[in-house]
Design a protein around this ligand. Sequence first.
Ligand code: TRP
Length: 335
Amino acid sequence: MSDDSKKVLYSGMQATGSLTLGNYLGALKNWVKMHEEYECFYGVMDLHSLTVRQDPVQFRANSRKLYALYVAAGLDPEINCVYFQSHVSSHAELAWILNCFTYMGELSRMTQFKDKAQKHNDNINAGLFTYPVLMAADILLYQAHLVPVGHDQMQHLEITRDIAERFNNIYGDVFVVPEAYIGKQGARVMSLSDPCSKMSKSDENVNATIYLTDDRDTIIRKFKRAVTDSDTEIRYDIDEKPGISNLIDIYSAVTGKSTDDVCMEFNGKGYGDFKLAVGEAVADELTPLQKRYEELLKDKKYIDECILRNDEKARYVSQKTLRKVRRKVGLLDIK
Ligand code: TRP
């Protein structure tokens, strides 16, 4: 079933909130073509979402919506294994075992834990603390060589590698030790109202974020309002001109042009023209995705069939690893 000649690539997103242009340009858009080179697994990481209190009805709906967005963005569930984390029980099982190979000290150093604990200080639950162990289980179950992750998840990938190496040192080569996949132009999309911080799903200022489901007028309006400097030159300079540089990055990621070419194209033009061009380019890019998304939302049967079929494959692949781990640590299996 799996193609042994290809390296394995694993990634996923949490099933919370609406995806942003940052999620799309930084991750999803790049995932679509990875299957040409790698055997790819992409999860809807719904178990991870439970570390924060969710409204059950909304959460359920959002989870299926995220799957539909994956597919609408071009992630083909016939070619990639696109599945639900919580439908494959090996994740929770391996996470438990790996918990016993992870130290409190190393988990306490995770900056995301510290940030989230501060933000949700009425609910600092153990799941929030062991979140990286579940993530390690996700990756290690599929023997992934490569994990495309954003900057904010690098520390979690590091701990995954540490856990894998620790386990391998005791039991022999059980896990592939994964590496970060650094994309060619993995765009880091910044907030439109504060270009020094990352574009975020949960920004309180709605003008800061482009959601994948924003309509054309909204997208263009938000880009028109994007914060830039008081200079007039369209030049790429992250330190001096973070706002304009962010727009150049976005335009470049959407059109495939280099940042130099973008600067040349708009040489002598004003910020107003440039912002409009970026807004239109983004809207053009997202229109087909949105159309497909609307269609898919109406075709629940198709989506659910894709989920069931892919869950099955994920179960098959992950159980191979889990069986090996069980044997290594000495859990009794009766054949
Ligand atoms: N923690 C990741 C994020 O918030 C989501 C995630 C969970 C993930 N498990 C993963 C990403 C495994 C890559 C691989 O972005």
